[in-house]
Ligand binder design. Structure first.
Ligand SMILES: [Zn+2]
Length: 396
């Protein structure tokens, strides 16, 4: 029986270092292993919060990297990258956590409490899932929420941040708990730890939190989608929210430069560009129709018709080939330069162009196919080269 680990982070989430003693060691095949300590500042993964990272230093100066931390039956196990001979039960260690990593989790976790409590109070939403990932914090709410409701909750949650309220931890008796209202994801055996943010939230939680709401900085709902009858939210707090705003500003800077528009006018500028593009497409369609008619007029019935027109998309190639079949029963080919090769559409009224298409693909490194009367694709040869090949292979 290994002695349970004293959890220093429960009493003081700001404690970054501690001296303790190894109580058990579990070597792993291939090096490294797991170490249990009498007391720890390392938070083990749980309640949606990832495990801490950091180091354990032995008396001889050997420093072990803590890669992961898990709790099992009251014992906190630290997964380390190496297990020197000096790492034995009874050996003293100096613990140090990666504080930047931890404080980020505290900001996200406390922000989640404030937002969950606010969504619950305003709209009766239960928090049915929570995970602090590498990107955004994933939060699942039990009821559908409109964009307006999410905006209202986000604003309200940030008001609690501005008030810089204390984040209180308490261990009420069973009797006192019976009269308390608090959020809880499951029935908890033994001592219940209640985290209270006055007016905003009360929740049974074993995680680490900031001392006051002000340290959360900013609570931003970055994305929301319908999920299992409720909502899945992507939430960013503190430094993560600031980094996202900075990234958004950089993206906006690029868009503003591309559109030559003021930041507040980008949506109108995009609408204008779309309208211009639609008008150009309309004009181009008409010009192509006239061009295709003119090309078809130069073809005598029964003659082969092979034409190269730059700038055609697959639809344009198809239209030209079909238009040519109205003028002749010979081979009709529409070609257009594309990259280092060309796009093609082959057609023959009442015929089968599939053998010719296969021959073109084989000879010119192409790919494509279709129905007997019309085939479409692209090949590695330039249009002139493809045209030469087609003119010399016009057997049925
Ligand atoms: Zn918590």
């Amino acid at each position: 029986m290994i002695q349970p680990t004293e959890r220093f982070y429960e009493a003081d989430a700001y404690r970054t270092a501690a001296s303790s003693v190894i109580t058990a060691v579990l070597p792993q095949a291939g090096g490294g292993g797991r170490v249990a300590l009498a007391g720890t500042v390392f938070y083990p993964e749980g309640g949606g919060q990832p495990a801490d990272r950091g180091t354990l230093t032995l008396p001889d100066g050997a420093r072990l990297s803590v890669l992961d931390v898990h709790e099992k039956e009251g014992v906190v196990w630290h997964t380390v990258d190496a297990l020197p001979a000096a790492a034995v039960p009874g050996a003293p260690v100096e613990e140090a956590i990666d504080w930047a990593w931890r404080f980020d989790k505290m900001q996200q976790h406390t922000g989640e409490h404030i937002l969950s409590g606010t969504l619950h109070r305003l709209f009766g939403a239960e928090n049915v899932g929570f995970h602090i990932g590498a990107g955004a914090v994933r939060m699942d709410a039990s009821v559908p929420l409109s964009p307006a409701q999410l905006r209202q909750a986000e604003t309200e949650a940030n008001r609690f941040v501005w008030q810089d309220l204390p984040v209180q931890v308490s261990y009420p008796s069973r009797e006192a708990l019976a009269y308390m209202t608090y959020r809880s994801s499951k029935e908890i055996a033994g001592q219940v730890r209640i985290v209270t943010i006055p007016g905003a939230d009360a929740c049974a939680c074993c995680g680490t939190h900031t001392a006051t709401t002000g340290q959360v900085g900013l609570i931003k709902i970055a994305a929301a989608e319908r999920y299992k009858g409720g909502m899945r939210l992507a939430v960013l707090c503190g430094a993560r929210a600031l980094a996202e705003v900075q990234a958004m500003q950089a993206r906006q800077g690029e868009i503003v430069a591309e559109l030559s528009a003021k930041p507040a006018e980008t949506a109108n500028a995009v609408r204008r560009v779309h309208a211009e593009l639609a008008a150009l497409k309309y004009a181009q369609y008409g010009l192509c129709t006239q061009l295709f008619d003119a090309l078809a007029a130069t073809v005598a019935p029964g003659q082969d018709a092979v034409f190269t027109v730059p700038g055609l998309d697959p639809d344009g190639l198809h239209r030209l080939a079909v238009r040519l079949t109205e003028a002749t029963e010979g081979l009709c080919a529409a070609l257009t330069p594309s990259g280092t090769g060309c796009g093609y559409c082959l057609a023959r009224r009442g015929g089968d162009v599939r053998p010719l298409t296969r021959a073109l693909n084989a000879a010119c490194g192409g790919r494509g196919g279709g129905k007997p009367g019309i085939c479409q694709g692209s090949c590695a040869a330039a249009p002139e080269e493809a045209a030469r090949f087609l003119r010399s292979h016009t057997v049925e």
